[in-house]
Design a binder for this molecule. Structure first.
Ligand code: ATP
Length: 238
């Protein structure tokens, strides 16, 4: 079995008196695409934030490559190959597309390879090439999502965490984003995907987890979960 890259153990997170995450266990193995689905407010984003060190945890631990990463922030984690595209994208709106991509590679000193990767990103996302000198803040939501993904990929991550990449996008953009997620995975990047779009997320996943009210309530192979009547009734609108 492939090596476990990311392991969340007994994670608990509270906001004041509200216990948003109540003891979550999940793991992501090398080369996997794992989808975390669940309704609004289930605690998915909070789990992602705890993994990347942008939200403090009350209890539990998070291991990356077999070591606890508790207390480390996003910058430290990117250096170790764990990159995140947050909900709401977080692109640098007053920088151009190219400048955003350069920021994504800030941890790298291999400038020739960075230039190569920049070309690869502009091939993968032709829309970004068309607009490479445009300010990121002037782009549509879908274009900003693509930029955020491309920027994260510029760090050459081992694991890419994606928080609701399809949120608020037009159906055509949603298709494009899921295609890109599949492409990235096919190229060997391990992916943890948080999505409201459960059917699409499970269809491309090796494994899936369902989160409800701060707990993991189901897990299994993506395809099996897609066919599970309970998942279909609760999350696929059937
Ligand atoms: P969504 O799909 O709506 O983003 P989610 O599964 O990602 O949902 P979270 O955003 O993790 O859920 O929220 C889990 C719970 O924690 C919710 O009840 C939410 O209202 C609460 N919560 C999230 N962020 C905060 C915060 N900064 N302060 C207080 N409560 C919060």
């Amino acid at each position: 079995m492939a090596q476990t890259l990311l392991k969340v153990k007994g994670l608990q997170v509270a906001y004041g008196g509200i216990q948003a995450v109540k003891g979550v266990d999940l793991e992501v193995r090398e080369g996997e695409l794992v989808s975390l689905i669940g309704s609004n407010g289930a605690g998915k984003t909070t789990t992602m934030k705890a993994i990347t060190g942008t939200q403090a945890m009350q209890a539990g631990d998070i291991e990356y490559l077999g070591q606890s990463i508790q207390g480390q922030g996003p910058w430290d984690l990117v250096k170790q190959g764990l990159a995140m595209v947050p909900e709401g994208r977080g692109v640098f709106t007053r920088m151009t597309i190219i400048e955003n991509l350069q920021m994504g590679a800030y941890i790298r000193s291999d400038s020739a390879a960075v230039a190569d990767d920049m070309e690869k990103m502009l091939d993968l996302f032709p829309r970004l090439r068309e607009r490479k000198d445009q300010l990121a803040g002037t782009m549509s939501g879908g274009e900003q999502q693509m930029l955020a993904m491309a920027r994260a990929l510029m760090s050459r991550p081992k694991v890419l965490l994606l928080d609701e990449p399809s949120m608020g996008l037009s159906p055509i953009m949603v298709d494009k984003i899921f295609e890109v997620v599949k492409d990235v995975y096919a190229q060997g990047v391990t992916v943890l995907l948080v999505e409201q779009n459960a059917s699409r997320a499970l269809a491309i996943a090796d494994r899936g987890y369902v989160m409800d009210s701060g707990l993991i309530t189901m897990s299994g192979a993506g395809r099996d979960m897609l066919e599970d009547p309970k998942v279909r009734a609760a999350y696929l609108g059937e």
